[in-house]
Design a binder for this molecule. Structure first.
Ligand code: B12
Ligand code: SF4
Length: 451
């Protein structure tokens, strides 16, 4: 079969920069699985490829189209599915990805034939075999898929999976396009997926509920082998929390040394682990750990407790100190919430400004699929999924108007960005970074007329 793999265009602020741009790893996995089953697959990354959808469908003539996407892309994914069916209703359309995994019902009003709601790909293999008439598993026995039966959607049960089942990835697409991919000065940059879910349960977090809430990771040797075989000097391990197990990390460090791998690593990690495991952090720095995205979230224990963070302000303080001492970039992630006063915004600025942190500030968002969602869902100012990008105020602020809240939020973000403007991490930002915005506007304008 011929299978078209669509990575839709970015929605929101990330569309306006090429300074944070990642390979379409999920599509490279689907490509690998399909190639291994003898199918012809093509990655159509609409963030970069300007060919209109219709021409792509005409020239590639797919039997099946797979569409991925995040929450902000929900409407776009539905629209793409509709246009594909309008072009040729015999094309089978499968929707999947992080958003569909938990919120698959949101796609019941789409023209898709199947909705895929798992993290792993074992069921995808079964589904593809079913569609190509080479399989033995009937539809109702394929876990993690939704399909229509007599006009009604039917959702098969989920299963808990492990990333150990993912196939060794085929990086042909990455190798062809690697110069695109970067995280600011870390360029070229490859993504490596090593785990599903997280074993903590912060109430705002969507990721922890994936894979039915069960954390699972790959064997260290598999991770290290993939890193070794990936032709990129910078590796972003996408695990929601890579700093979980001391013994696992010791083995990781040992293997990286043994195989003499010389790369830089970007990871996500928790403040409490960093605060309590300085020795491991020192070793990780020694083998190339360069940046940790760490959810510091707030500057008081009460706020941290309200998120069920299970880490304290003391951990945060210690974590920032350790990362500074070791020369690892602390990319601190913070949340501003709707109970904050103007004074709270000011104090948060001061707290961050006084410490060695390169911050990203998000607005508290009860994301559909996160624990907090049911608590707040009746009070949301909008149910537009595009606004669930962590940069929109979708709850009514307690002490100010929504407009004032945005003003305080942008003031805080811009002041902090200005304060950190000389950090080496931002040294790649120059005038051409801004010219790129014009380019994006032109592309967006063109897509109004030809999608
Ligand atoms: C790197 C990253 C980014 C990169 C972009 C990466 C990229 N290549 O596009 C950047 C920094 C730009 C980014 C931006 C955003 N991101 Co982001 N990002 C991630 C991160 C860390 C890794 C994603 C990744 O590449 N994973 C690797 C791939 C292989 O795994 P996967 O996507 O889970 O796919 C697996 C399965 O889902 C399946 N699959 C995927 N698609 C399909 C399709 C079909 C048909 C099938 C059958 C299967 C299938 O195959 C894979 C096999 O394991 C995740 C968190 C995480 N740890 O996963 C958040 C995450 C995906 N991001 C998220 C969000 C919210 C955003 C933003 C909206 C907002 C923000 N402030 O970050 C923007 C939106 C940008 C956009 N696309 O419009 C959420 C998505 C939640 C949701 N409900 O969709 C996540 C889960 C984090 C979170 N905060 O909860 N992100
Ligand atoms: S915020 Fe981080 S530590 Fe908390 S549940 Fe999510 S991934 Fe885990």
């Amino acid at each position: 079969m011929r299978v078209l793999l669509i990575k839709p265009e970015t929605v929101g602020i990330f569309a306006y920069t090429y300074l944070v741009d990642h390979e379409p790893l999920e599509m490279e996995y689907l490509y690998t699985v399909l190639k291994n089953r003898g199918h012809e697959a093509y990655i159509y990354d609409r963030r970069h490829e300007l060919t209109p959808l219709k021409s792509k469908l005409k020239h590639f003539a797919p039997d099946v189209v797979c569409i991925t996407g995040y929450i902000t892309q929900e409407k776009l994914m539905i629209k793409l599915a509709r246009l594909i069916k309008r072009f040729n209703k015999s094309i089978t359309v499968i929707i999947g990805g992080s958003h569909a995994e938990i919120n698959y019902e949101n796609f019941f009003n789409s023209s898709a034939d199947y909705i895929y709601h798992l993290s792993g790909l074992n069921s995808f293999v079964k589904l593809i075999d079913y569609i190509s008439n080479t399989g033995t598993t009937p539809l109702d026995e394929i876990p993690g898929i939704c399909y229509r039966e007599k006009g009604e959607w039917r959702a098969n049960k989920k299963v808990v999976e492990s990333p150990e089942d993912l196939p060794p990835i085929d990086r042909t697409y990455f190798n062809k396009n690697k110069n695109r991919y970067r995280y600011l000065t870390f360029h070229p940059l490859a993504l490596v997926k090593n785990s599903y879910s997280c074993n903590n349960s912060c109430t705002f977090c969507y990721c922890t509920n994936r894979n039915s809430g069960k954390y699972a990771c790959r064997k260290v040797e598999d991770l290290v082998n993939e890193i070794m075989e990936t032709d990129a000097p910078n590796i972003h391990i996408t695990d929601d929390n890579f700093l979980i197990d001391r013994e696992y990390l010791k083995e990781f460090i040992e293997l990286i040394r043994e195989k003499k791998i010389n790369k830089k690593y970007l990871i996500y990690g928790r403040a409490d682990f960093i605060a309590e495991n300085k020795d491991i952090m020192r070793e990780l720095k020694d083998i190339g750990l360069s940046l940790v995205m760490v959810g510091l979230e707030a500057r008081s224990d009460d706020e941290l407790d309200s998120y069920n963070k299970k880490a304290t302000l003391k951990h945060n303080e210690e974590c920032v100190k350790i990362l500074e001492e070791l020369g690892i970039i602390c990319a601190g992630l913070f949340i501003v919430h709707q109970d904050m006063t103007v004074k709270d915004f000011r104090e948060l600025y001061t707290w961050i400004a006084q410490r060695a942190i390169i911050p990203t500030i998000s607005i508290f968002t009860p994301m559909q699929g996160a624990a907090d969602y049911s608590r707040f869902k009746d009070n949301l100012l909008t149910d537009d999924p595009k606004k669930q990008d962590l940069f929109h105020c979708i709850l009514k602020p307690k002490h100010m108007s929504v407009r004032r809240f945005y003003f305080e939020y942008y003031k805080l973000s811009v002041k902090l960005a200005w304060l950190r403007r000389k950090t080496p991490l931002y040294s790649c930002i120059n005038i051409s970074s801004f010219l790129f915005i014009i380019n994006v506007f032109l592309i967006k304008f063109r897509r109004i007329f030809i999608l």
